[in-house]
Design a protein around this ligand. Structure first.
Ligand code: ZN
Ligand code: ZN
Length: 70
């Protein structure tokens, strides 16, 4: 079955929006209204470097060391 007009990220939602950056057609869930981008582009903007998701909640900030061991 081919679903025309499906979200290009989740493939199940209705593609109701177009990303201003990559041109992807995405559903409401995968569209960032503030930026006008899809969540993939908006996510890239927020964190330019790819991080492993499990580290996100760790309060682990590279470059900002409050304690250093010499
Ligand atoms: Zn979607
Ligand atoms: Zn995009």
């Amino acid at each position: 079955m081919s679903v025309s007009g499906g979200c290009e990220i989740c493939a199940t939602g209705d593609a109701a929006f177009g990303c201003d950056r990559c041109g992807k057609l995405v559903c409401d869930e995968h569209y960032d209204r503030e930026s006008g981008w899809c969540t993939e582009c908006a996510g890239e903007l927020r964190r330019p470097r790819d991080r492993t998701e499990q580290d996100e909640d760790d309060g682990f900030d590279d470059g900002v060391d409050t304690y250093r061991v010499d």
